[in-house]
Ligand binder design. Structure first.
Ligand SMILES: [Zn+2]
Length: 477
């Protein structure tokens, strides 16, 4: 791909004017330390033997499950437990290093990759892309080098020894980007933002406390709440600063009493967890985390206690929609929505299905009642000649019967008929009033459909009669 000369020059200038900061290797080692495992080796008499790939010591411990976390008694770090039959495991982290050249900000993207081969862990770090921003943090270029391998559905980074390829190419397009949720190198950020509008932002603290967030988003959409939230040690909330960019008291800003602040700090609550805390006002972190994925707005009007909901029902993210439907139907059916047995069903799906059946039956009943009322109203339009009679459908059963006899779909009109969207009439022979002949749909006092058996058209005689009926009876009313 052709690279504009002006851009090529810029990419080269950046390369010759930036370098890795002196704490870079320390930063890499910190991240790399998480790329370790506890290997479950053999069963001893009453315990198991484990091996820590971080500090290379063996230790005895009780039986623990594979894929659970375990703390090494020597280095005090927690890692995943894996079987000693495991022959391959890969860790990947994406790191971001901010830098500045003239009026440009540069975000350098690195991948840190560690391989476990059944005996030891080796790690490699590789720079594969860069974003170049203007001084308002709007992106100007997104560039990659040959370490990026493009394939349908994504990109991957090829590690082939660390020799930086400086042959930069354009990358960004409508449907793909490098993405900038990264672990940021925190130690140069304060210096970088000196004398800028971000000089009090505290983003360097956030970069130490939080991994994987979008720093470019925060810089581009900078607001004063970022500094405040980070200073309050509400790091996860600082990732959604716009929501909290309000004036007023703590209550006004966070929608909750200030006495909850230390709890919010201790658990570094995110925005979804705060929502549950606001709703439940209970300091139960397991409960809060459990319900943080749920849209609690949907149960607000039912006065549900989350602790009871969790304890008395089998509520889960998978059956939450059914639970909402269940509450809605129960309310429509006039159930007592203060009754614990009603609002906390032991088995959500089972009760949902039960109530749905009752609901459907009652729905038919209310439709039938409405049709009966309509019949009474429309009876005045009944029309009789020597040969024919036209009269309104009198209930659901008569419509089902008409459907069956005529082989048409008039029964599906029940709801529309009941809700005054259309009127349904039958034309029959005086000599045989129980046998279907013509099904008639009327809208706004006009015949819009007239069908005989199997949706065939009416005879000339029937048509003339319907026209007469429409003009003489329907239109004059
Ligand atoms: Zn260890």
């Amino acid at each position: 791909m052709y690279i504009r000369k002006k851009d090529k020059k810029l990419f080269e200038d950046i390369d010759s004017n930036i370098c890795l900061p002196h704490n870079w290797n320390k930063f890499i080692s910190q991240i790399k330390e998480n790329h370790n495992l506890i290997i479950k080796k053999i069963k001893l008499k009453s315990s198991y033997l484990y091996y820590c790939t971080n500090c290379h010591i063996q230790f005895e411990d009780i039986k623990k499950k594979i894929n659970e976390k375990c703390e090494c008694p020597n280095c005090k770090k927690s890692f995943l437990i894996k079987s000693n039959r495991l022959s391959k495991y890969v860790f990947e982290d994406n790191l971001g290093l901010l830098d500045k050249y003239k009026d440009y900000y540069i975000l350098r993207h690195f991948e840190l990759k560690s391989y476990y081969d059944g005996t030891m862990i080796t790690t490699d770090v590789c720079e594969y892309g860069r974003q170049i921003f203007d001084d308002n943090f709007y992106q100007i270029h997104e560039i990659i080098n040959s370490h990026i391998c493009n394939y349908i559905g994504g990109v991957s980074v090829i590690h082939d020894g660390y020799v930086l390829d400086k042959n930069w190419k354009y990358f960004s397009s409508y449907y793909k980007s490098l993405g900038n949720c990264l672990i940021y190198y925190p130690y140069n950020i304060k210096q970088l933002f000196k004398y800028t509008r971000w000089q009090y932002s505290q983003l360097w603290t956030l970069a130490k406390k939080e991994q994987y967030f979008d720093i470019a988003y925060l810089l581009k959409n900078y607001c004063e709440s970022i500094e405040l939230l980070i200073k309050l040690k509400l790091y996860k909330l600082a990732l959604c600063p716009k929501t909290f960019n309000r004036q007023g008291s703590f209550q006004d800003r966070f929608g909750i009493d200030k006495k909850f602040l230390s709890y919010m700090q201790n658990h570094n609550l995110d925005i979804d967890e705060l929502e549950v805390l606001r709703y439940s006002k209970t300091k139960d972190i397991r409960l809060i985390r459990y319900f943080s994925k749920f849209d609690l707005n949907r149960i607000k009007k039912y006065d549900i206690n989350l602790r009871n909901l969790k304890k008395l029902t089998n509520i889960s993210y998978q059956n939450y929609n059914e639970y909402i439907d269940y509450l809605k139907m129960s309310k429509t059916l006039g159930y007592n929505m203060k009754d614990k047995k009603i609002i906390y069903p032991k088995d959500v799906i089972k009760e949902h299905d039960k109530v749905l059946k009752i609901y459907e039956m009652n729905k038919d009943k209310s439709i039938n009642d409405a049709i009966k009322r309509k019949y009474k109203k429309l009876c005045k339009n009944t029309y009789q000649t020597k040969k024919y009679i036209i009269f309104p459908a009198k209930d659901i059963n008569s419509m089902i019967d008409e459907s069956k006899q005529q082989n048409n779909c008039v029964k599906t009109y029940c709801e529309d008929y009941a809700n005054d969207i259309c009127d349904i009439y039958f034309m029959r022979l005086n000599s045989n009033k129980n046998k279907s002949l013509v099904t008639i749909e009327v809208r706004d006092n006009k015949v819009v459909q007239q069908r005989t058996k199997n949706n065939q058209d009416t005879t000339k005689e029937q048509k003339l009669l319907l026209k007469k009926w429409e003009n003489k009876i329907l239109k004059v009313r």
